[in-house]
Design a protein around this ligand. Structure first.
Ligand SMILES: C[S@@+](CC[C@H](N)C(=O)[O-])C[C@H]1O[C@@H](n2cnc3c(N)ncnc32)[C@H](O)[C@@H]1O
Length: 204
């Protein structure tokens, strides 16, 4: 409870830095980033990098993570995407921050990358693939997110936070299978909105 309260306060960094640009993702970012900071930072892995400058509708996740790391002088980011042009854009929009040594861009499939990743992960953000409302692509995007989660599973640190994007959409969004898996493994959901925030239960 103490951790949750502190995370929710979060010193106002998100609001001060980006105002309310993250809109429907505001509360879940605040919760997940707060948890990460309260537990000392560490390695962030995002699958699905930022595709456009100022793309707040999709999340602007690479800008947000990179700015957080710079402002708090903490941690490093591994950003993975299957599309080389998007990675180039993500690298460009974060290049002015002066922390290139802590930002790593990987041109790869998310599942393959996470299977081969050998460091502990403290913040896992799963946002690769797009959500589709119709089958078979709906199930495909859900299965892909689950495969990424399972590939990352042995590397998640004790206090890791997992943030799933494109939640709360028709058909279960991209997150339906991942959330079932997390719950089955005894993890708990801190906040379920456009994104879904999960941490390990104290009992496991
Ligand atoms: C919804 S966008 C990511 C948005 C970004 N996180 C943001 O906040 O702006 C999804 C991204 O997933 C990438 N992608 C699709 N399939 C992938 C895969 N198998 N592995 C890694 N990335 C993939 C796409 O190239 C695209 O850039």
């Amino acid at each position: 409870m103490k951790k949750l309260t502190q995370a929710a306060l979060f010193s106002g960094w998100l609001e001060k830095t980006f105002a309310l640009k993250s809109e429907q993702r505001f509360w879940t970012w605040k919760c997940a980033l707060g948890w990460y900071l309260q537990h000392g930072g560490g390695t962030i892995v995002e699958t699905g990098c930022q595709r456009q400058t100022d793309d707040w509708g999709a999340g602007c996740s690479t800008t947000l993570f990179a700015t957080l790391l710079k402002d708090h002088n903490i941690g490093e980011l591994h950003s993975v995407d299957i599309t080389a042009d998007f990675l180039k854009l993500a690298q460009e929009v974060t290049s002015n921050l002066g922390i290139a040594d802590r930002l790593h861009f990987h041109h790869a499939d998310g599942v393959e990358f996470l299977s081969n990743f050998s460091q502990p992960i403290h913040f896992l953000y799963l946002d690769s693939y797009d959500w589709f409302p119709n089958e078979p692509r709906l199930t495909e995007c859900q299965q892909h997110q689950l495969r990424e989660l399972q590939a990352a599973w042995p590397k998640l640190s004790r206090d890791a936070v997992v943030l799933l994007d494109d939640n709360n959409l028709p058909g279960g969004g991209k997150t339906r299978l991942s959330k079932e898996y997390l719950a089955d493994q005894g993890w708990v959901c801190l906040l379920d909105w456009q994104q879904s925030v999960w941490v390990r239960s104290e009992q496991i």
